[in-house]
Ligand binder design. Structure first.
Ligand SMILES: CC(C)(COP(=O)(O)OP(=O)(O)OC[C@H]1O[C@@H](n2cnc3c(N)ncnc32)[C@H](O)[C@@H]1OP(=O)(O)O)[C@@H](O)C(=O)NCCC(=O)NCCS
Length: 174
């Protein structure tokens, strides 16, 4: 039987959970992200508490956590850039290997996108490493397409990432 997967916005007290998931993601899939495990381990653990508190209630910044049977097993960040661009993004998406291919990633991105739409976003962007072919296929499956924008990855400058976007239509059920 498949485990039941649920998503909810991070709570202010979940700094330790955020640190655990983020370090697990960077350890398991270092090629996917714009920062390194080493950098993250150097960060004062208490700052994850500050981040969790901010992402629990800020109007332009949120983290959503994936749970299987009550255990945290994935995350995604959602944020809206400062004006004038005010572009909306999902980032840092990760699902624990034990629960992959069960639509947890889809659930995370869809819940984050719905939240961004509620904040006024008409489209949602994601930077994806060009070596991360499975993430490209995952995002394409969800209706994201390439914008043509590329840049060097912040933590691995020899690699490039591409900007993808999904347009959110009025009344769209994502
Ligand atoms: C990418 C990731 C989040 C997908 O999570 P997931 O929960 O396994 O994905 P889902 O089950 O929601 O997949 C939905 C669809 O996406 C596509 N997809 C997912 N993983 C895929 C893969 N490895 N290869 C090709 N397509 C894939 C499939 O079409 C899938 O539908 P299907 O199972 O009916 O074929 C997960 O593999 C992961 O955490 N990877 C490492 C970190 C990472 O790459 N993050 C993205 C940074 S941009």
């Amino acid at each position: 039987m498949s485990p039941s997967l649920t998503v909810s916005r991070i709570a202010a007290h979940q700094g330790p959970v955020l640190r655990e998931l983020r370090t697990a993601a960077l350890r398991e899939a270092p090629y996917a992200f714009g920062e390194t495990l080493e950098d993250t381990l150097l960060v004062d653990p208490s700052s994850f508490g500050d981040t969790a508190a901010l992402h629990a209630s800020a109007p332009r910044l949120a983290t959503f956590l994936l749970y299987t049977e009550g255990h945290p097993c994935g995350l995604v960040h959602a944020y809206i850039e400062e004006a004038p661009s005010a572009r909306a993004f999902v980032s840092a998406l990760w699902v624990a290997p034990a629960v992959r291919h069960l639509r947890g990633g889809e659930l995370l991105v869809n819940v984050a996108s719905q939240w961004l739409a509620q904040q006024g976003a008409a489209e949602v962007h994601a930077w994806i490493s060009e070596v991360n072919r499975s993430a490209v296929r995952f995002y394409e499956h969800l209706g994201f397409g390439p914008t043509g924008d590329r840049r060097a990855m912040p933590s691995h400058e020899e690699e490039a990432e591409s900007l993808f976007v999904r347009h959110m239509h009025a009344g769209q059920h994502v």
